[in-house]
Each structure stands twice: as structure tokens, then as C-alpha cells.
Write a protein that binds this ligand. Sequence first.
Ligand SMILES: C[S@@+](CC[C@H](N)C(=O)[O-])C[C@H]1O[C@@H](n2cnc3c(N)ncnc32)[C@H](O)[C@@H]1O
Length: 288
Amino acid sequence: MRSSPTSGLVNWPRVTDVNSDLVVELVELGLERREARWLVEEFVPGGDLDAIVALRLAATRRLEGEPLQYIIGHWPFRSLDLDVDERVLIPRPETEELVEVAMRELARLDVSAPLILDLGCGSGAIGLSLLDELRSRGIAASLVAVDESRDALAVARRNALKHHLHSVSFVQSSWFEDIDVELLGRFELIVSNPPYVGERELKDLDPVLGYEPHGALVAPDASGVAGFDDLATIIAHAPRWLKPGGVLVCEHGDRQRAAVLDASVAAGFDAHDIDDMAGHPRILVARR
Ligand SMILES: C[S@@+](CC[C@H](N)C(=O)[O-])C[C@H]1O[C@@H](n2cnc3c(N)ncnc32)[C@H](O)[C@@H]1O
């Protein structure tokens, strides 16, 4: 299952004494204290009247169920503060773990200037984090960031500019379909957090997911497995785009481990699968 976007609310900001009355007001309206603190810190650093009106509007949106991340319009993800809005999935903590795994795989490959493909880039969370973290280690990587959604690509582009990450090409494509064939066999790393929730599963998940783009969450069933179709496509086609020794790192649903491993073996990969911090099957590592 995909986690709720609120599962990542851990490091809330500090609130000054001046604003603590506003926090109390929002808690009395029904907000959780940590979310009230976040909204106050975001909207009322100076405490003028306009800011307080904006804060109360934001609190109303939150009380109506809208995710906090869309209301404040940005969210921390590893080393980056990413702009997020209703055009993109809110990046999740388990996807931060995927980035960690991908960094380990790149360290194992020990390439001086890796070429990375991020399939279904959304806000750019995975690919841009990798570029940023590699840059801080003195490694100049290049990224091809793909999404089917023109709207998502606009958000990812803005995040790349915000963080001065310039070695990125953005491609509107359904998975590999419209990627330049010159890039066949050229990637050291392919990363993806594709849609992997089955249509019938969605109704049992946190209703807050209803605010996120349906096309970012839900995939058709395949091989008798709910929500597996996009993962199946990516795993089947990835080997042609990887260099020999290159690696595919993919997030998947907690009931999809057997399916991703079977599909990886069928595609000729040497594959293993890793649990997330919550102990759920989550990250496929498939080496060509
Ligand atoms: C689960 S979201 C992941 C977003 C981002 N990578 C992250 O981890 O936060 C999946 C993304 O895949 C994109 N997507 C869905 N179907 C696609 C397709 N056929 N080809 C390319 N991208 C697709 C969606 O638009 C969405 O941005």
C-alpha cells in the first residue's frame, strides 16, 4: 500500500512565544498540534493581520482534508525543499529510502559522471535529490527526468531551477516510449516510483490520497497482481536502456514483492528486494 502523505510529518518547525496563542487557537479548531505549529510558522512569521487571515484560511483548508503539503506549497525531501502542488504526488519518506539505496548502488558502480533516468519524476524528488547529493560529493551526474504529465514536468522543472540543478533533460513520455533511442544502453541507473495502487485498493486507503493526481497513484492490474502494470512495463523494458552492470531501483507496493522479482528474473536481471523502515517490502534492486 502507498502510505499517507502525512506520514512524513516529523521535523516540525519551532514556533516563537508570540505565535503560541495562534497554535492554541488552531488546536481548538481541531487541528493536530504539530500541523498547527507548521501552519503558524509558515504563514505568520511577522504576525501582521493579513498573515493571520491567510493562516485562518489555510487552517480551514486543512480541516476540510486538504494535505498540509499542498497548502504550504513546499515540502522537505532529503537535501531539498521541493515545491509541491496538486499537479504532483507528495513525496513520501519511503521514497527517501529509495534514494539512499540508489546512492549506494551508484557508489558500488563507482562511475565519475553517471547518467540517470528518473521514470515518473513527479516533483523531481528522486532524480533531483540524486543530482544534489552527488554534486555535494563532487560527482557531476546527468539526469533524464520523464513524466507522462506535462503538469508534473512543469513542477519538476521549477524544482530543478530552485536548486540550481542544470544537468537535467525533461521528457514528456509514457515510460520509455519517447526517450531518444540514442540513449539505449547508456544509463548507469534507472530509478522509478511508478503508480502501483490497484483501482480497487484505492478506496481502502487514506482519503487524503484523493487530493493527489489519480494518474500518479493508480495503475492497472497485471499478471493477476493489483496495480502491477506500470512496474511490469518498466522492468521488462529497462534492460535495453541500461549499460551492462547498470541498475534499476524501483519502489513498489507491499504485496508486489514476488511479482517484481519474477518480472526481473524474466527480464534477465540479477535482483533482490529491500524492506522499508516500517518493515514492508518496498524497494527492488535489479542489476543488469
Ligand atoms: C507515484 S508518482 C511518483 C512521483 C515522484 N517520482 C515521487 O517519487 O514523488 C508517479 C509518477 O508517474 C507518472 N506517470 C504515470 N504514468 C506514467 C507513464 N505511463 N509514463 C510516465 N510517467 C507516468 C505520474 O504522472 C507521476 O508523476
